[in-house]
Design a protein around this ligand. Structure first.
Ligand SMILES: Cc1cc2nc3c(=O)[nH]c(=O)nc-3n(C[C@H](O)[C@H](O)[C@H](O)COP(=O)(O)OP(=O)(O)OC[C@H]3O[C@@H](n4cnc5c(N)ncnc54)[C@H](O)[C@@H]3O)c2cc1C
Length: 500
């Protein structure tokens, strides 16, 4: 649907060109063969229980290793790229031309200074443990056999999210830094819909990907746990907030108790979801709108899904006033199902156990594939779906809102968490631009976000109607979809995936 073309869209040609670094992988020209995904970085992982004051520079690290022999491990320059990165960082730190080396272009003259730096590295290596590869460094850290070592940050966070690295291991970037490298997407030649994937990535520079909610949370949670500036406490709820002479006083307490304690800060970001208490204080527009749509969700193990119903893609079965979406998660070990139907029976509910009879009453006449999948599920969780009209103002003084608290939306474009994440990036940028004037920074953030999030709120409703159409409307929808090419589809959705 090319909805309202007068709102800004980002044409592919206007998008940021790929960097030169992204076109080269490990020194080889890969332009045209792969799609850059992100730039990864190496950092020093260390056990907080074994290293109280981690080094900040290579010189401090060298001293620490002398004083703590065989407690630092890395994989040399043959055992994996984190070792190469560590050694390149060593050269930066121990030669006079670091800046030229970092910024390029490479000048062979700089090499003259390397012999001395490498001789020093050889002496350093006498007191280190050589680990068996990138994963080997993480393994040895995990077992406590070494206290410190360079690791890829993306690999570190994945391992931590999988519970393979204890939360007491943290990361530190040491000066003058270690180089990273771009990571790439590759669409396998035998992928079922390779062309669709290639065209999506070529146009939007990202793949369309799905992830388990828990996995995404784990990445964010681990990043918080690894940041000494963040203190996490989930034992108390915000029950009130008042601003007083530029400071925000927040009253905390249990769900049914009065305030138990008060904390005070320079700003308050209310990211407390669709039933936000902070929104009550600064917007005060009552309860969210009950849509009359109910979502039932369940996750099946791969073995529970019949082979002929297993699809590697995101699939949506649209029926009259119902739809079912399913897709694999965690490299195909799980199958996620979301069944949605219209019902006025439920006013409120978030992640509560559901009554399957309710679902069957609405899906009884659906296609056999849908019914066979629904039959497999024993336990469903239920959400009564709510949203709000878009608003323009959700910041007041030193208090603002983020995510569903600011712009709750129906899930038909699968964007609520995506919009909350974009909010967070935008808010961080605006605060970095105006750290001494937080009210202005919070207003700038709201200004940058309200049209985009408002558009998603409105369009999510439209898509819901589109999926749930009946009778002639459903026939028209099917006719319209049948005549559309991938390109038409991407043109219509460019406003959403094409940029902030
Ligand atoms: C069926 C369904 C499918 C969805 N699918 C997708 C999808 O595919 N993609 C997507 O991007 N989004 C999806 N969403 C939307 C997504 O779940 C939400 O938009 C997202 O969770 C919003 O994040 P949030 O952090 O703003 O709020 P929440 O995730 O609601 O988090 C708010 C947090 O604040 C806490 N809290 C509440 N009140 C207080 C208080 N007074 N004091 C302290 N803490 C408080 C809550 O306990 C909660 O932890 C879906 C939603 C539903 C219902």
């Amino acid at each position: 649907m090319n909805d309202n073309p007068s709102l800004p869209t980002t044409a592919a040609a206007e998008r940021k060109p790929l960097s030169e670094a992204a076109k080269r992988a490990l020194g080889a020209d890969v332009d045209g063969y792969v799609m850059p995904m992100f730039n990864s970085q190496t950092a020093i992982a260390y056990h907080t229980t074994m290293v109280k004051d981690p080094p900040s520079t290579y010189a401090e690290l060298e001293k620490w290793v002398r004083e703590n022999p065989k407690k630092f491990g890395y994989n040399g320059i043959k055992g994996g790229m984190s070792g190469v990165s560590f050694v390149v960082g060593w050269i930066y730190a121990n030669t006079p031309d670091a800046d030229r080396l970092i910024k390029g272009p490479y000048d062979p003259e700089t090499k003259k200074a390397w012999d001395q730096a490498l001789a020093r590295l050889a002496a350093f290596n006498k007191n280190v443990v050589l680990t068996p590869g990138n994963a080997g460094t993480l393994d040895m850290l995990n077992r406590g056999e070494i206290a410190m070592g360079p690791v890829w940050v993306d690999m570190f966070y994945t391992w931590q999210a999988d519970g393979k690295i204890p939360p007491t291991v943290k990361l530190k970037l040491i000066g003058p830094g270690m180089p990273g490298q771009p990571m790439y997407y590759v669409v396998p030649a035998k992928a079922a819909n390779a062309k669709l994937g290639e065209e999506f990535i070529a146009r939007f520079h990202e793949p369309y990907a799905v992830t388990h909610r828990h996995d995404l949370h784990a990445v964010l949670l681990n990043a918080c746990r690894n940041n000494d500036l963040i203190y996490l406490d989930v034992s108390e709820r915000v029950i009130d907030a008042v601003e007083n002479e530029g400071l925000v006083e927040v009253a905390l307490g249990g769900p049914d108790s009065g305030p138990r304690k008060t904390i005070c800060g320079r700003a308050l970001i209310g990211c407390d979801g669709v039933w936000s208490r902070v929104r009550e204080k600064i917007v005060g527009d009552g309860a969210p709108r009950v849509s009359g749509h109910i979502a039932f969700r369940a996750v099946l193990p791969r073995a529970a899904v019949p082979d002929d119903l297993w699809e590697p893609d995101v699939v949506l079965w649209a029926g009259p006033r119902t739809h079912l979406v399913h897709y694999p998660l965690r490299r195909g070990t799980l199958y996620n199902l979301v069944a949605v139907f219209h019902s006025d029976r439920h006013i409120e509910g978030w992640n509560t156990e559901a009554d399957p009879a309710d679902l069957w009453a609405h899906f009884a006449d659906q296609r056999p594939e849908v019914l066979r999948l629904l039959e497999r599920i024993e336990t469903w969780r239920m959400w009564a779906l709510v949203d709000r009209e878009p608003i323009k103002e959700w910041s007041k003084g030193h208090v603002t809102l983020l995510g569903d608290a600011a712009h709750p939306m129906l899930q038909y474009l699968a964007q609520g968490a995506a919009m909350a994440t974009e909010d967070a990036v935008c808010l961080a940028d605006k605060v970095a631009e105006r750290p001494d004037n937080l009210p202005a920074a919070l207003r700038a953030y709201q200004e940058a976000r309200y049209l985009r999030t408002g558009r998603v709120q409105i369009m999510a409703r439209v898509y819901g109607e589109f999926y749930h159409a009946r009778g002639v409307t459903a026939e028209l929808r099917n006719q319209m979809l049948r005549s559309r090419s991938f390109q038409d589809w991407y043109d219509g959705i460019d406003w959403l995936y094409g940029g902030m």
